[in-house]
Design a protein. Structure first.
Ligand SMILES: NC(=O)c1ccc[n+]([C@@H]2O[C@H](COP(=O)([O-])OP(=O)(O)OC[C@H]3O[C@@H](n4cnc5c(N)ncnc54)[C@H](OP(=O)(O)O)[C@@H]3O)[C@@H](O)[C@H]2O)c1
Length: 217
């Protein structure tokens, strides 16, 4: 797949590197530091390169949105048209001090994003995992028992694409339903972050969801 990374920080930097190492073509974009984008591309190998958000959008079929909620409008403006693209969001709709969700319960960041990014096929994924575990999970990806990764979205084709990427990173994709399920997923994601950084297990926290995997039995 051709994947554009919008936001090359902790999540975008690691996921873009893994996507490139898994064989996908990756464009890293959106950082204060162009040299950092070039360094990331070099480290990720021959399938990766650095570019602008506009390059990332025009040269990709799949985009990963990995910026703070306060930067979403800016990065989308710089990206230009995203219509027709699969737009994966891992962004939690947090306030600028990261103390609370600014969209919750009756809507979600993912649904708001779908109204901003007109025509894009928005799928919420990768938000439920702390970035620190990503390389470790990728390294162990051939194991039978894999941690679950929850995702939701409306288009079946877009969800198939995202499920494949989730497997490539080393997780078992667990479909939690349509995009409006992000209303439940985002507060859950906040709970995962709380467990990871304030609980006793640290960022290694991972989980398995047998109930969903068993087809909701
Ligand atoms: N970190 C996690 O474990 C984790 C887990 C799940 C979900 N998330 C979500 O993922 C999203 C990204 O989180 P993150 O931890 O990856 O954040 P981050 O490390 O701060 O990455 C954000 C990226 O956006 C770039 N950026 C910010 N403002 C910019 C500006 N004005 N101009 C150009 N580039 C700018 C940053 O540039 P620089 O490269 O210069 O810093 C960085 O590359 C957030 O919405 C968060 O809720 C994070």
């Amino acid at each position: 797949m051709r994947i554009g990374i919008l936001g090359s920080g902790l999540m975008g930097g690691k996921l873009g590197t893994i996507f490139a190492r898994a064989g996908h073509d990756v464009v890293f974009s959106y950082s204060h530091d162009e040299k950092k984008l070039e360094r990331l591309a070099r480290d990720a190998g021959k399938n990766a390169r650095a570019g602008t958000p506009s390059d990332a959008a025009s040269e990709s079929d799949v985009l990963l949105l990995a910026v703070h909620w306060s930067r979403v409008s800016d990065v989308l403006r710089q990206a230009g048209g995203v219509s027709g693209k699969v737009l994966i969001t891992c962004a939690l709709p947090m306030n600028t001090s990261d103390t609370r969700l600014v969209v919750a319960h009756t809507s979600s960041g993912a649904e708001r994003l779908a109204t901003k990014a007109r025509g894009a096929k928005v799928v919420s994924a990768f938000g439920t995992v702390p970035s620190e575990v990503l390389f470790g999970v990728f390294a162990r990806r051939r194991r039978k028992t894999r941690p679950s990764l929850l995702y939701c979205g409306n288009g079946d084709d877009a969800k198939k694409v995202v499920a494949r990427l989730i497997r490539d990173v080393g997780f078992d994709p667990v479909d939690v339903g349509p995009l409006k399920s992000a209303r439940f997923l985002e507060p859950f994601t906040l709970a995962i972050a709380h467990l990871a950084y304030e609980g006793r297990k640290g960022p290694e926290v991972a989980y398995r969801f047998e109930w969903y995997k068993g087809g909701g039995a």
